[in-house]
Structure formats: structure tokens, C-alpha cells
Design a protein around this ligand. Structure first.
Ligand SMILES: [Zn+2]
Ligand SMILES: [Zn+2]
Length: 248
């Protein structure tokens, strides 16, 4: 994984932008591919109506990829100028701890940001575009107002300034983030009921969890875990009470 930071260290502005575009378009295409595969998985159960794919959404999703690239370029330059430091000596255990820590820290920050964009009147507009999808499709994860995309990236950069994570830990977190977001917007129940029960017991968000947020935006603001929704009593009653997917 040292190859990429080494190459980025030598790259000029256009090189960094090029890397950013390649990485972010790969994440975008990967997400669409995983979504398409999971949504035709045998035994799936559709959660809500089919959300039509429209041209404006395709264009906005590409704008999101450019916003994410902008955040990437900013992050690389914060690193080049020493504001973000990367730990070059790391082992398996350290990467695992970093992955869990980054996920939990971002989980809290994203819960706070998500509730703010829902309830603060001057911030509501930022998130309205995402909620035009009352159900979800393969683009929903990327149908975001640019401020929202840059806001998420900005929070992430803020965390990286505070602690020198490894490039491997950060990369794995970003992969997990896009996989989680893809599954959250799947609009299909893919796990067997016993696994859903297990995920709920482990406070992990599922496709059902975020589907309920799109159906009823007053609940389920969490992204990776339901911990903050449980703590602040914003968990959807149907999700809290349902033992299996069949009762949601
Ligand atoms: Zn969503
Ligand atoms: Zn929302």
C-alpha cells in the first residue's frame, strides 16, 4: 500500500487529480457493480417500490464523484504540507484497530451531521435532494448535494488531522464506507432473518434500517451502527420491534 502514497508524494497537481479521479470513479463503478449483483441475488426480497433512474440523478452522482475527488486532492495536499501525517509502520492488529476506530468516530460524526441536516431549517435544503428518493436505487448513495459530499469528506479530513492513521487503515475504511452505503441503499433484504436478528443485536445498520429512513425520515439517522439512534431514541419503532425482515 506504500506504492500509492509514494507515487502521490512525487505527483504534481494534475497527477494527484488523476489519481483522485481514478480512485473515486473506481469506487463509484464498484458500488454500482456490487449493487447490481446483490439486488439480483437469489432469495432477495424487495423492500420498497422501484425508484426510477433519471438523467438528473446520473449527472448528480457524477458531480458527487468530482466532489469526492476534490476532497481527495485536498487531503493529499494536507498530507504533503504536514497537516495530515500517515503512520508508515503498521501491522495487521493496528490496521484492524484503526478500521474499527475510524468507523466508530465517523459513525458518531455522521449521526450528528445527518440529524443536523434534517432538523436545522437552514441546512434542510442540503439533504432534500437525497430524500427525493423515497425508495432507493443504485445511484441513491451518490445522489447528494455537493455540500453534503464535501461535508462528509471534510469531517473525515478533520479526523485524519488529529491522528496519524496508516494509509492501509484509511483505504480499508473508505472501502467499508462505500460497501456499507451501497448495502444501506440496496432496497432489497439480502440477509436471512437470523442474520438480521444478529446484526440488530450487534447494533449494525442493515438495508432495512436505511430503507426505513428513506420511507420515514424522522428516524434512523445512523450509518454504520444503530447505537446513537437507540441512545437518542430516534430508532424507527418498526425496526426496534421487528424480530425479522418479514415483519418490517
Ligand atoms: Zn440514503
Ligand atoms: Zn436523511
Amino acid at each position: 500500500m506504500e506504492v500509492i502514497p509514494g507515487a502521490l508524494e512525487r505527483a504534481g497537481l494534475f497527477g494527484v487529480i488523476g489519481y483522485g479521479l481514478v480512485i473515486n470513479f473506481a469506487i463509484y463503478i464498484g458500488s454500482l457493480g456490487v449493487y447490481s449483483m446483490l439486488s439480483v441475488f437469489p432469495g432477495n426480497q424487495r423492500l420498497g417500490n422501484r425508484q426510477p433512474v433519471i438523467l438528473q440523478d446520473i449527472l448528480l452522482s457524477i458531480v458527487t464523484v468530482f466532489c469526492n475527488t476534490l476532497v481527495f486532492v485536498l487531503g493529499v495536499y494536507l498530507w504533503k504540507y504536514g497537516f495530515i501525517r500517515l503512520d508508515k509502520e503498521y501491522g495487521f492488529l493496528q490496521v484492524a484497530v484503526e478500521l474499527v476506530s475510524l468507523t466508530l468516530i465517523m459513525d458518531l460524526l455522521m449521526y450528528v451531521f445527518h440529524r443536523a441536516v434534517h432538523f436545522l431549517s437552514h441546512m434542510k435544503q442540503i439533504h432534500e435532494r437525497h430524500h427525493e428518493h423515497q425508495s432507493t436505487n443504485l445511484l441513491s448513495l451518490f445522489v447528494l448535494h455537493p455540500i453534503e459530499s464535501i461535508g462528509f469528506g471534510g469531517m473525515m479530513l478533520g479526523v485524519l488531522i488529529f491522528y496519524p492513521f496508516s494509509a492501509m487503515g484509511i483505504s480499508l475504511y473508505l472501502l467499508l464506507n462505500s460497501l456499507w452505503g451501497t448495502i444501506g441503499h440496496l432496497n432489497h433484504s439480502i440477509l436471512p432473518p437470523s442474520w438480521i436478528k444478529l446484526a440488530k443485536k450487534g447494533f449494525l445498520c442493515t438495508s432495512e434500517f436505511h430503507y426505513l429512513h428513506h420511507r420515514d425520515p424522522n428516524y434512523n439517522f445512523g450509518f454504520y451502527t444503530s447505537v446513537w439512534d437507540l441512545l437518542f431514541k430516534t430508532i424507527h419503532p418498526a425496526y426496534r420491534n421487528a424480530a425479522t425482515k418479514t415483519t418490517i
